[in-house]
Design a binder for this molecule. Structure first.
Ligand code: NCD
Length: 305
């Protein structure tokens, strides 16, 4: 596919279709216990300068499932960053140790593209502040394809903190590659999608709404996100998820054409746990698909066909 994975904008439609076919093949091979052991003798380095559960562990497990090894950077407080080492020197140092892939998460927008300029090893952006999370977008789009059966002709509603979240922007960049996709951005004004994101959505039709009940039916996908309190100015942090944005079984049953319900997780009360057992709930499928998507990415970056 490519060297570094930095932005969801960098994928073409043809590449995405080809990639999702590979993910489906890997899913089947994993079920049959038949994954290629192309990771043998290779090392993947995970560098998470922000908290992570799903992304870090699924990259690590993906490499292990391919017979490879992992090295984890550990807590920032236990490394030379805590002594004041610069980001550039840290990346240079990690790269000098010759990992085969570096998976990097940081709280600073565009830091992973800076890292990719420094490192010879391919760098995967595992989240750069509020900017992007391209591998989450790949697993989100794959889950839509798997559940709805198509990526063209879709109507999507994105709900929650669209300003500070990085998964809505990346998913929009991917979905903008497909035909006839309309997205409704549902958020209060101070958490609405950023202009730099909508400015890059040439082929996508989009509308901003304040409430979920303003979104005209039918909707195929409801994509819910949490408040990113850690990125908000202090004064905004006390905000609680307003009730009008909470997804309950009543909402799902009221909706005549019940959309699938997605969330990158973690959820902090945005979706009632009573929704979990409904067939529309896909957020744990996203987690499962994330492993297969990351296996496919690693196979690609290691140059294995
Ligand atoms: C997301 C992230 O880190 O951006 N989580 C994830 O990787 N699945 C979403 C979030 O933290 O809200």
């Amino acid at each position: 596919m490519r060297g570094d994975i930095i932005s969801a904008k960098d994928f073409s439609r043809v590449e995405l279709q080809d990639f999702f076919d590979k993910v489906s093949a890997i899913k089947k091979e994993a079920k049959e216990g038949n994954l290629p052991q192309c990771g043998k003798g290779k090392a993947l380095m995970t560098v998470f300068l922000e908290p992570s559960t799903r992304t870090r562990l699924s990259f690590q497990l993906a490499m292990i499932r391919l017979g490879g090894e992992i090295v984890d950077f550990g807590q920032e407080s236990e490394t030379a960053i805590a002594k004041g080492e610069s980001f550039e020197d840290t990346i240079r140092t990690l790269d000098e140790l010759s990992p085969d892939i570096i998976v990097l998460r940081s709280d600073e927008p565009y830091s992973t593209s800076r890292a990719a300029e420094i490192a010879r090893a391919p760098v995967i952006n595992a989240g750069d502040g509020s900017n992007e999370h391209p591998t989450q977008a790949l697993l989100d789009a794959y889950t839509i394809l798997d559940s709805v059966g198509r990526l063209d002709d879709l109507r999507i509603a994105m709900v929650g903190d669209l300003k500070y979240g990085r998964t809505p922007s990346s998913l929009c960049y991917l979905m903008a590659k497909f035909n006839n996709v309309t997205t409704y951005f549902v958020a209060p004004e101070d958490l609405q999608i950023r202009d730099d994101v909508t400015g890059s959505l040439d082929r996508m039709k989009w509308h901003k709404c304040d409430r979920l009940d303003e979104v005209p039916e039918p909707i195929d996908v409801l994509y819910v996100t949490r408040l990113q309190r850690e990125r908000m100015p202090y004064i905004m942090r006390k905000q609680t998820s307003p009730e009008k944005y909470m997804i309950t079984p009543e909402y799902v049953h009221r909706s005549p054409h019940a959309p699938i319900i997605m969330h990158p997780l973690p959820r902090i009360g945005e979706i009632s746990t009573e929704v979990d057992s409904l067939p529309q709930a896909k957020y744990f499928d996203q987690v499962r698909n994330g492993l297969f998507v990351r296996i496919a990415l690693i196979i690609d970056l290691l140059g294995f066909k």
